[in-house]
Design a protein around this ligand. Structure first.
Ligand code: DAH
Length: 350
């Protein structure tokens, strides 16, 4: 009797199960009506009276251990998620498909722009999104009363110190354009400078199909001796051809920015109708892509660059705008809502 109990105890301890069925088989084998432990209880009847106490206790320990083992195996199986039965452990079954994400259209276009300018020898520079008034406005030659500083355009974080004459000094704000990175670059990088600065910008605008309070820009800056307007025109033309195809033409319209003089806005020939006129270009054959100009000497001097010796050009474009032209997605909100039906359309661009 003793040996049988010990042998069965060893068997209980060694029970292993890969499936629910294995557990049930073990239960039947040990504790079922015809199970080996049940059979020992039958034999127990014939044990001499003086040994009943000892073997009775041992048998009960064995039975409890067997029941506990079965329960433990059941719980482990349920926790491992294999409760679905034999099929769950079929290692030849195909795995659960894992859906691959795709790059966001804004990231795709930003990378494309960065890659184009990298080929032209530009480095990438980045700056903080929470900026001060100096880098966003003051150093970029915005006069104190310039409307872009008004509350309706700029999200202010703090108002800054008020001087004795009532003027405010260096408020903290969310940058309204990436031109602030121009200033940071001019302050710290040795000349000549050739950088592009991609980044997120913020404006206090009501959200609509055509405006959003968050969007992305890429700023470009080139400063060296003898940089001319013709250099700028050539750089932008080459960019337009890389971005929109070798047939792309550009035209420049005079414009105004506080930080450049002269300034221009650049249109690219409509890539949909090839310049003949369609509803995308509103019949004009041209699409506006960026603003640019020769860096104003005041801006160079504000960052400690000798404007007699150095000159340069800058340009800035909206990434969502370029993406719109590339894919004809007209509602800006699509770029921010992360609707999977929209994002999946860009799966192929990985
Ligand atoms: N910062 C301008 C804006 O947000 C864009 C821009 C225009 C940047 C002309 C430039 C530039 O560097 O030269 O609208």
């Amino acid at each position: 009797m003793k040996e049988k109990i010990e042998a069965l105890m060893a068997e209980v301890e060694a029970v292993k199960a890969a499936t629910k069925q294995d557990i049930e088989d073990a239960r039947v084998r040990l504790l079922g009506k015809k199970g080996s432990i049940t059979a020992l209880f039958e034999e127990f009847r014939n044990v001499p009276a003086e040994q009943k106490k000892e073997f009775g206790a041992k048998l009960n320990v064995l039975k409890t251990a067997a029941a506990a083992k079965i329960e433990e195996l059941r719980e482990a199986m349920e926790n491992s998620g294999a409760a679905a039965g034999a099929a769950a452990s079929d290692l030849s079954m195909p795995g659960e498909p894992m859906e691959l994400g795709s790059r966001h259209p804004v990231s795709i276009v930003r990378q494309e722009i960065v890659d184009i300018f990298r080929k032209f020898g530009y480095d990438v520079a980045e700056g903080p999104e929470i900026e001060d008034d100096w880098h966003v406005f003051e150093a970029l030659n915005f006069p104190p009363e310039h409307p872009a500083r008004e509350m309706q355009d700029t999200f202010f974080v703090s108002e800054g110190e008020t001087a004795q004459d009532g003027s405010k000094h260096n408020p903290v704000l969310l940058r309204t354009h990436t031109s602030s990175v121009q200033v940071r670059t001019m302050e710290k990088m040795p000349l000549p400078i050739r950088v592009i600065c991609p980044g997120r910008v913020f404006r206090n605008e009501a959200i609509s199909a055509r405006a959003h309070c968050i969007f992305h820009q890429v700023e470009g800056l080139y400063i060296d001796e003898n940089v001319t307007f013709a250099d700028m025109k050539q750089a932008i033309l080459l960019f337009a051809r890389e971005m929109f195809g070798p047939q792309a033409q550009i035209r420049m319209r005079p414009s105004y920015f506080p930080f450049t003089e002269p300034s221009a806005e650049v249109d690219v020939s409509c890539n949909i109708c090839g310049g003949k006129g369609c509803n995308v270009c509103k019949g004009t054959g041209w699409l506006e892509i960026l603003g640019c100009g020769m860096v104003d000497p005041n801006v160079l001097e504000a960052s400690g660059i000798d404007s007699k010796k150095y000159s340069g050009f800058a340009f800035g474009m909206g990434i969502e705008r370029i993406a719109m032209l590339k894919w004809q997605v007209k509602d800006l909100r699509n770029y921010f809502e992360n609707d999977l039906r929209f994002l999946r359309e860009f799966n192929t661009e990985l």
